[in-house]
Design a protein around this ligand. Structure first.
Ligand SMILES: NC(=O)C1=CN([C@@H]2O[C@H](COP(=O)(O)OP(=O)(O)OC[C@H]3O[C@@H](n4cnc5c(N)ncnc54)[C@H](OP(=O)(O)O)[C@@H]3O)[C@@H](O)[C@H]2O)[C@@H](O)CC1
Ligand SMILES: Nc1ncnc2c1ncn2[C@@H]1O[C@H](COP(=O)(O)OP(=O)(O)O)[C@@H](O)[C@H]1O
Ligand SMILES: [K+]
Length: 506
């Protein structure tokens, strides 16, 4: 068993891949062995998390997730704990493994009760074994009426006792990180101050790391039930460990500024165009490229020459028509407004490497000729990274942001395929997808990044990584990881602003 610290690379497996692993392992093990291992692992972690628990209450569902809970009950009872189980299932309809686990729990003398024991306190433990990877999004004919299940879930979530979820927090979709309809915690449940843990069994699932998954699983543990050898190919991977790093300190002594590449930021519509000055976005991206290690950073503002001097002397103002396209890594779209449309045909056709952000993406979404020019870049061998947030991704995919969020991995992969380039789908658990590569989920970052301009900073940092010679997928993974890590290491007593974040980057 390992505790997941969100700083190590990890292979992630979908429900289908997990089922395949379970079938392969089960075929070479004695009957019920996997569930016995699952129950034992759960009991071990329970004893470690709540060693002084006077009561352990286990709420079990009618499938095999409930079976894991029944196995854990038998182990914990044998360990001398005062265990009670609520199991609205029935032996005659339980799957075979869960039926055997029920028999073991009964034989061990576990107490069955319709609800939690009275007086559960912070030292006690609740175990959520209601639903695992068998969650159906459309509960058409559940054996347990959803209302009964929801009532148990509410008691688990609002109890003062430590909460351990078996395999998944019940109701969370393991593939997408979204709660099934009706299962998301309400405000009172979300505000409960209970310590929460999740023990993921056999595999780590993508949904634990993106969308609502991070909040749902809280503290995360993994036990492969000694079946690692049966793991199929990963569905996705969690970024972590050492990333490709083009920092100057590690560069050959005989380097010069040209060795680290030129970034040209193209964006920042002026105030006069539509009464909305957005040059700040371009400066933020440029600052991030500079602090991220680009050799030279140029800024081509779309402000009709209004700006007289850059806010940092290292940055160079350029006109768009004065850029040396075969040399530059363009970061285009930050604060670009409507003005960016006019320059996009040139940028898409000529920039040697490109990060397309914000209004650059919106323009492509609404213009077939620009979309075709974007796709054409792949045929011309020109690397491109798109950096949409969910609404921008929805515009590009002609769907709603809710549909994007409903399956972030699939949405990012669909965009990467459609435009034949790398895509960073931003938000909690950013996804990095590139055709022909295993998609990545980024584990760093937090809600402090939810402030205006941090996306511009990310675009500039990806530009610096591309300019330093990394391939698009590696550049995106490395920059997204560093951007989130900067927020994770942010001093508690300072508020995070985008300009301070850009200056904090390496
Ligand atoms: N596979 C493995 O790798 C291993 C699996 N193991 C464990 O088994 C778990 C998977 O077990 P599983 O397949 O029996 O599904 P599970 O999560 O118990 O859910 C099915 C139950 O939930 C119900 N139900 C579903 N959706 C619902 C809804 N929306 N609303 C209401 N009810 C709903 C559904 O009802 P029904 O469809 O029968 O009416 C059925 O009763 C896995 O997560 C892990 O813990 C480990 O022991 C070892 C290795
Ligand atoms: N809750 C969160 N957890 C992790 N990262 C977040 C969170 N909220 C925002 N971010 C990150 O902050 C950045 C915001 O970018 P974006 O939405 O484009 O904002 P803006 O356009 O204001 O710069 C993205 O990198 C996103 O992944
Ligand atoms: K569960």
């Amino acid at each position: 068993m390992e505790r997941i610290n969100f700083d190590q690379a990890q292979a992630l497996h979908s429900v289908a891949a997990t089922r395949a692993m379970e079938a392969a392992a089960a075929s070479s093990l004695p009957a019920h062995a996997l569930m016995q291992r699952a129950g034992a692992a759960c009991a071990r972690l329970a004893l470690a998390l709540a060693p002084h628990a006077r009561h352990v209450w286990i709420a079990c569902g009618s499938g095999n997730n409930g079976g894991d809970g029944l196995e854990a009950a038998a182990w914990l009872h044998q360990a001398g704990k005062n265990v009670s189980v609520t199991w609205p299932g029935a032996p005659e309809t339980a799957p075979p493994d869960a039926h055997a686990a029920w028999q073991r729990a009964v034989a061990a003398g576990v107490v069955f009760a319709p609800g939690p024991p009275p007086g559960l306190g912070p030292h006690d433990l609740c175990i959520d074994a209601l639903l695992g990877i068998g969650l159906r999004s459309q509960a058409d004919a559940p054996r347990m009426p959803p209302t009964a299940l929801h009532a148990l879930l509410r008691q688990l979530r609002t109890s003062p006792a430590t909460l351990l979820a078996v395999d998944l927090p019940s109701g969370l979709d393991a593939d997408t990180g979204q709660y099934a309809a009706g299962f998301a915690p309400d405000a009172e449940e979300a505000a409960a101050s209970t310590a929460r843990h999740t023990l993921s069994l056999l595999t780590l699932k993508p949904g634990l790391f993106t969308a609502q998954g991070r909040d749902a699983c809280a503290s995360l543990w993994h036990d492969d039930l000694q079946c690692g050898a049966f793991a199929p190919a990963a569905t996705a991977e969690l970024s972590g460990g050492r990333q490709p790093d083009a920092r100057k300190a590690r560069a050959p002594h005989d380097s010069h500024k040209g060795s680290f590449g030129d970034v040209a930021v193209i964006g920042g519509e002026g105030l006069q165009a539509r009464g909305m000055g957005m040059t700040g976005a371009a400066w933020l991206a440029a600052s991030a490229a500079l602090h991220g290690g680009a050799g030279r950073v140029m800024v081509a503002l779309l402000d009709d020459g209004q700006t007289l001097a850059p806010p940092w002397p290292e940055l160079m103002l350029r006109r768009v028509d004065a850029l040396d396209w075969p040399q530059v890594t363009a970061v285009c779209g930050c604060g670009g407004g409507e003005a960016v449309r006019a320059v996009l045909p040139t940028v898409l056709a000529q920039a040697a490497r490109l990060v397309l952000d914000a209004d650059g993406l919106n323009a492509v979404a609404s213009d077939n000729a620009l979309a075709a020019a974007l796709r054409q870049r792949a045929h011309a061998g020109l690397p491109t990274v798109l950096t949409p947030h969910p609404l921008e991704a929805a515009r590009l995919l002609q769907c709603t942001a809710a549909q994007v969020q409903a399956d972030r991995l699939a949405a990012a992969q669909a965009l990467a395929e459609r435009y034949a380039c790398s895509v960073v789908l931003k938000g909690s658990g950013s996804i990095i997808a590139t055709p022909g590569q295993l998609p990545r989920i980024n584990p760093t970052g937090n809600a402090r990044l939810a402030t205006a301009g941090t996306g511009d900073v990310l675009a500039g940092l990806i530009g610096a990584r591309l300019a330093q010679g990394l391939a698009p997928h590696a550049a995106a993974c490395s920059a997204v990881l560093a951007h989130g890590a900067a927020a994770d290491h942010w001093p508690d007593d300072r508020s995070l602003t985008a300009s301070a974040l850009a200056a904090f980057l390496q």
